[in-house]
Design a protein around this ligand. Structure first.
Ligand SMILES: NC(=O)c1ccc[n+]([C@@H]2O[C@H](COP(=O)([O-])OP(=O)(O)OC[C@H]3O[C@@H](n4cnc5c(N)ncnc54)[C@H](OP(=O)(O)O)[C@@H]3O)[C@@H](O)[C@H]2O)c1
Length: 379
């Protein structure tokens, strides 16, 4: 076990019940002897139970080598809600905190949730920053997204991106939150920008399902809807799909995101923006053809213009609105700062070829099937 430079220190984490937050907590528990304090919303069960359950599920999903009982003994859970002033934490008795990891966010994107998205992602980030400052934390690690790039195309640098138009209210909220974090005076600030985060590089497992999984779900729902009206149609008909088939889609496994973020955070002097992205992402055309084949859909035909779409194609086009910026814009995420910070410690990226993309999808379909099988049978 490697000790962190500041070990034994304390890390305050938000979003620890989520996909990236749980992976970051596991990585910190694995790589350091440090303590963790997690701010977690109570739900059907207590904040403490939700945290333990999430970390236990992530450890199992990723076949983590960490000794869970002793690792969990280094964790403390505080009930809170980042959308509230003071993060809704009553009588904070947290003690000294070395690093804050702000991973919590709303990953909704539809306009009807705009108020909740703003309250969580923008006001929530202000609250976590203020809370962090009240604890005297030396470092603020913020999990942003590579898609703060909004409508920009081409090479995206690891630097602030002022004034870039966003594609939706989620991106706009993440842009605003990033601006607030980067303008903060006081703590050392790191902004981590992952791309589309997918399951673990070895086990393929994920614990929450946005991004790639949301895209697969949309296609499944569309398939189900059409099947009810005309069975077999989508196996025979090539849908026209509006994408830029030369563009890349940047998928990155959750363990790589956590490993790189924690490795950078354990370097006492690193700060600024870091792209946690894949070095050689697959083309969007390959990724989409693979997902269509996996779902038993006829290979699609790629077009550039909405004018070329027929009635059926347009129905699918509308469903994929959120994914438009991922499938029509060619962006290359420069990782010079990340690579320079990681130096010799970095590992090579496993390629996302058709087989690897299909394997991720099959893992997800098997999980959905297992969940369906576990539902009580309707009488
Ligand atoms: N997943 C991706 O592909 C991806 C890609 C790029 C960037 N990101 C960024 O990475 C970060 C984490 O994303 P994720 O995929 O881990 O999302 P996730 O699985 O949906 O987890 C979101 C986390 O935020 C917590 N949260 C939300 N609202 C909260 C509130 N009001 N108070 C306290 N906690 C709250 C959730 O807690 P509950 O369990 O209580 O809901 C959960 O722990 C986000 O900032 C996201 O923008 C994600």
């Amino acid at each position: 076990m490697t000790q962190s430079a500041t070990s034994p220190g304390t890390h305050l984490v938000t979003g620890a019940t989520g996909f990236i937050g749980a992976a970051v907590v596991l990585e910190l528990l694995e790589r350091t002897r440090d303590d963790i304090v997690a701010i977690v919303r109570p739900g059907k069960t207590s904040a403490e139970d939700r945290f333990r359950d999430a970390i236990g599920r992530a450890a199992e999903a990723y076949a983590s080598p960490v000794d869970l009982p002793s690792a969990l003994a280094r964790c403390r859970v505080v009930a809170g809600d980042i959308a509230r002033e003071g993060c809704g934490v009553e009588a904070p008795n947290i003690g000294a905190v070395a690093q804050v990891w702000h991973c919590a966010a709303s990953l909704r994107y539809e306009d009807r949730y705009a108020a909740e998205i703003h309250a969580t992602n923008v006001e929530g980030t202000r609250h976590v920053l203020a809370f962090s400052s009240s604890l005297g934390a030396e470092t603020f690690n913020y999990v942003s997204t590579a898609y703060v790039a909004g409508r920009s195309t081409g090479v995206i640098r690891e630097q602030p991106l002022p004034g870039v138009p966003a594609n939706n209210c989620y991106e706009a909220s993440k842009q605003e939150a990033e601006r607030i974090v980067l303008a903060t005076v006081g703590p050392r600030v790191r902004v981590f920008r992952p791309s589309v985060v997918v399951g673990h590089s070895r086990t393929l497992a994920a614990t929450t399902f946005s991004g790639y999984y949301g895209f697969v779900r949309q296609l499944m729902q569309f398939r189900g809807m059409i099947e009810r009206v005309q069975a077999g149609l989508l196996g025979r008909t090539s849908l026209l799909l509006r994408i830029d088939s030369d563009a890349a889609i940047n998928l990155v496994p959750v363990d790589k995101v956590a490993r790189e973020a924690v490795a950078i955070a354990l370097m006492p002097t690193s700060e600024g923006v870091f792209h946690l992205t894949h070095r050689s992402p697959p083309g969007i055309g390959l990724a989409i053809r693979t997902v269509f084949a996996m779902l038993g859909l006829h290979e699609p035909t790629f077009v550039r213009d909405a004018d070329e779409l027929g009635w059926l194609d347009s129905r699918l086009d509308q469903r994929l609105e959120f994914y438009r910026s991922y499938i029509t814009a060619d962006r290359r995420f420069d990782r010079s700062r990340t690579d320079a910070a990681l130096g010799a410690t970095q590992s090579t990226d496993a390629e996302y070829d058709g087989a690897a993309i299909a394997a991720l999808g099959r893992w997800y379909l098997a999980r959905l099937e297992a969940q369906r099988a576990a539902l009580p049978v309707a009488r």
